[in-house]
Design a protein around this ligand. Structure first.
Ligand SMILES: NC(=O)c1ccc[n+]([C@@H]2O[C@H](COP(=O)([O-])OP(=O)(O)OC[C@H]3O[C@@H](n4cnc5c(N)ncnc54)[C@H](OP(=O)(O)O)[C@@H]3O)[C@@H](O)[C@H]2O)c1
Length: 317
């Protein structure tokens, strides 16, 4: 397994298991199988509503796979950005996951919502970033590190502009930015920024999250990445699957990949993606596929007279 070293000196496994939409009835089997085939990194979030099920599944395996050998990431939801809400939100996540520390805690979105709002339904559900500045939330996350409850902190869905502003006033530098990344969204600006500032990138939707079709700004719908003819050609050349090519592509770029699956065969297939080594020609072919398309575009935060727009979430990236 490849590891990415963070500024703290901790080593994050470069392949982890995503858990968004992993339903309670399938989680235990998924986690147990993932541990057996070699996963040690689990990507969780309070908003996924399944941290208690993940915690229950992990706790059954601690004898064989001790907590300190695992990497557990979770994310602070937007309704807990007020500094006084950060520690209680983290404590809830720790209790649900049944752990006494996280390896990595991420600010899930650069969006602040009122307490107990999962998804905004009306204008009053929003705080503006003037009312609850990102740096205030960040300082509260830093306190969680100081309390020993979290080993590393980072962000998710931050533009390079927002990261740059955060870095200026942060006491602890963000270790990770978790963003959407796959061949249709290659995030070159983010990768260059992250390299310059020693920030690791974790790629979500690494397989193109097959449930949601990708569309370009002019409305074209390209083939799902798992069925893309050029990815299929590369897969054939290496005697592997298209999912494995997509994972190998990220790992070759030193990006952390967190493919989600609750299907035992796919969990194993995806893990074996870390054994595939793409060559220069494969990388050049995939480089051509970038169409800057997002699956997760943040539009859910732009409705009901929101202070947030797609433009001000992504800062034009
Ligand atoms: N920070 C954020 O805002 C954010 C946003 C989105 C996602 N994430 C994280 O990133 C993780 C991954 O993203 P994602 O779940 O959206 O998308 P993904 O990992 O790209 O795709 C997951 C989908 O692909 C299917 N799949 C998995 N392996 C496969 C294979 N080998 N062959 C064919 N189909 C396969 C899964 O089905 P089955 O499960 O049925 O096998 C599931 O429907 C999430 O679970 C979450 O942890 C974070």
């Amino acid at each position: 397994m490849k590891y990415i070293e963070l500024p703290s000196g901790d080593h994050m496994p470069a392949l982890g298991l995503g858990t968004y939409l992993s339903t309670p009835d399938k989680i235990e089997r998924a986690i147990t199988h993932a541990l057996e085939v070699g996963y040690r990194h689990f990507d969780c979030a309070a908003i996924y509503g399944n941290e208690d099920d993940i915690g229950a599944a992990l706790s059954k395996s601690y004898e064989k796979y001790p907590r300190k050998k695992l990497w557990i990431t979770s994310k602070l939801w937007c309704d807990a950005h007020e500094p006084s809400a950060v520690l209680p939100a983290l404590q809830q996540t720790l209790a649900d996951l049944g752990v006494d520390y996280l390896d990595l805690y991420l600010m899930h979105w650069p969006i602040a919502l009122k307490p107990k709002v999962e998804l905004p339904q009306k204008q009053k559900d929003y705080f503006t970033l003037k009312e609850v500045p990102l740096i205030d939330t960040w300082h509260a996350m830093e306190e969680c590190v100081e309390r020993g409850l979290v080993r590393n902190i980072g962000v998710s869905n931050f533009s390079t502009h927002k990261l740059g502003v955060l870095i200026e006033d942060a006491n602890i530098q963000p270790a990770v930015n978790q963003i959407e990344m796959h061949p249709y969204q290659q995030q070159r600006e983010q990768v260059a920024f992250a390299t310059k500032h020693n920030i690791a990138i974790t790629a979500y939707c690494p397989l193109g999250s097959i449930g949601t079709p990708i569309s370009t700004q002019d409305g074209r719908v390209p083939p799902p990445l798992l069925k893309h003819p050029l990815i299929a050609t590369i897969a054939k050349k290496h005697g592997c699957t298209t999912a494995q090519v997509l994972i190998a592509w990220l790992l070759k770029l030193n990006i952390v990949a967190i493919p989600k699956s609750v299907t035992p065969e796919r969990i194993e297939e995806n893990f074996r993606g870390s054994e595939i080594v793409l060559d220069t020609a494969d990388m050049a072919t995939i480089a051509e596929l970038d169409i800057h398309a997002r699956i997760i575009d943040g539009k859910i935060f732009t409705l009901h007279n929101s202070p947030y727009t797609v433009e001000n979430i992504w800062d034009g990236e």
